[in-house]
Design a protein around this ligand. Structure first.
Ligand code: MEV
Length: 446
């Protein structure tokens, strides 16, 4: 083992000390890397400190573009939607699909419910019957001992919504679970939920220690963990678009509206029957969802984990979105669980997340659920529209061309000329480079 590549006491080093150790041991050109990493620090020291405090062992910032999607009409209100993504063409696709639906009545959405879930997982020596008999006094103790923790959430209209239990002893001897539902109002609520669950765990252990009339095995309780579940099927939002088929218009290659609607319907069916396609189809949905989640300071990993679990709820992984053609109407919709927050956590710390929420007119959690789910739906619409008409590469290649031109240091004039040249040709790094070389040599020869 190369001892310089391991270190003890790293977290105690200053930020510069950390960078110095890193660049000296992991890079060939330490000075220029040090310079580059520092060049991404924010000028304003207080702002930089705030960012550094969001994570640990921070050495620099990792910039990603903040983009906006205009003309996003949802339930009659017009939004400009912030997106943070590293994938080119996601924002262009969302913008074009937003405009398409703006001209056809906009997007619609409703929140069906908004409950979060948490568990205390534990092993217990008694039977299901005995647990059922003991549960009511236990429930009363759990609720009363967590009251001080729940009070302020109750004042905001939320709090504990139910406490029940499940047994898993058919699959795993002795395994039980407290199953708790929470209303966390406009916050994502992870800290609140986990704090209450840990109090539940203490109360549960105390109950089995002190309750009268238990035999020795029934005093044995082993709490393994207390944690929220990111699967929140009772935190559900529905989003949809619809219009008469004729109003869909016409599509590239002179495809008429009915052909488009039928091909679109089949594209969704494929993702309903084939998990391989469903995975990519849903990935396209999360291209939109994650980008808005990230821009608004929400936890896109929990949102994705939840969405994919929901996509498997019928015992087989399938499309999150659905489509119908019925009596001349094209409908495209999606229902999915989406736990988000608009207060607390990163939403109130990160300066750009705060601005993103302001851009969305400071929505509550329910409004943000509808916006984010709708961004996923129109992203999915845009992807399928490309796939069943021109194919996805046409749009992707335009963005790819742009990126290669930027990487090759192309001038504005060269970019214009290359865009025209490649409008009907295949783009590759080599073909763009050769084209630029050709342009440049022509100029020299003139
Ligand atoms: C690419 O990021 C997303 C798509 O593959 C989604 C899809 O195939 O539906 C275009």
């Amino acid at each position: 083992m190369n001892s310089q590549k391991t270190i003890s006491g790293f977290s105690k080093l200053s930020k510069l000390g950390k960078i110095k150790w890193l660049v000296e041991n992991f890079f060939k050109d330490p000075e220029s890397v040090m310079h580059e990493l520092k060049s991404y620090w924010l000028e304003n020291e207080a702002d930089q400190k705030l960012l550094d405090g969001i994570s640990e062992n921070t050495i620099s910032n990792y910039p990603l573009p903040l983009s906006i999607v205009p003309n996003f009409v949802l339930n009659g209100a017009t939004y400009c939607v912030p997106m943070v993504t590293e994938e080119s063409s996601v924002v262009a696709a969302a913008s074009s699909a937003s405009k398409f639906w703006m001209e056809r009545g906009g997007i619609h959405a409703e929140v069906l419910n908004n409950l979060k879930i948490g568990h205390v997982h534990f092993y217990w020596g008694g039977s299901e019957e005995r647990f059922a008999a003991l549960f009511e006094p236990m429930r009363i103790k759990l609720i009363s001992e967590s009251k001080p923790l729940v009070d302020s959430m109750e004042k905001r209209g939320g709090g504990l919504k139910s406490v029940s239990w499940k047994s898993f002893i058919a699959q795993e001897p002795g395994l039980f679970q407290l199953f708790v539902q929470f209303d966390t109002r406009d916050s994502m609520g992870a800290n609140f939920i986990n704090t209450v669950l840990e109090q539940f765990s203490a109360s549960l252990q105390d109950f089995f220690k002190n309750q009268d009339g238990l035999n020795p095995e029934e005093r044995e309780v082993d709490v393994i963990m207390s944690i929220l579940s990111n699967y929140t099927p009772d935190c559900l939002v529905r989003t949809w678009v619809e219009c008469p088929i004729d109003a869909l218009g016409s599509f590239p290659g002179k495809m008429d509206a009915l052909t488009f609607a039928e091909r679109f319907y089949h594209a969704v069916r494929i993702a309903q029957v084939d998990p391989f396609r469903a995975c990519t189809h849903n990935k396209g949905i999360f291209n939109g969802i994650d980008a808005v989640a990230l821009a608004t300071g929400n936890d896109f990993r929990s949102i994705e984990a939840c969405g994919h679990t929901y996509a498997s709820r019928l015992g087989k992984y399938q499309s999150l979105s659905q489509c119908s053609i019925d009596q001349g109407t094209f409908r495209f919709w999606m229902e999915l669980p989406l736990a988000v927050g608009t207060i607390g956590g990163l939403t109130s710390l990160h300066p750009i997340a705060k601005r993103s929420l302001e851009m969305l007119e400071n929505p509550g959690a329910n409004d943000l659920m509808m916006i984010i789910a709708s961004a996923g739906l129109i992203q999915n619409f845009a992807a399928l529209r490309s796939l069943i008409t021109t194919g996805i590469q046409q749009g992707h290649m335009r963005m790819h061309l742009n990126n290669v031109l930027i990487q090759s240091g192309a001038t504005e004039e060269e970019k214009k000329s290359a865009t025209l040249h490649f409008s009907d040709k295949t783009v590759s790094v080599n073909s763009v480079k050769s084209y630029l070389e050709m342009l440049r040599s022509q100029r020299i020869n003139i």
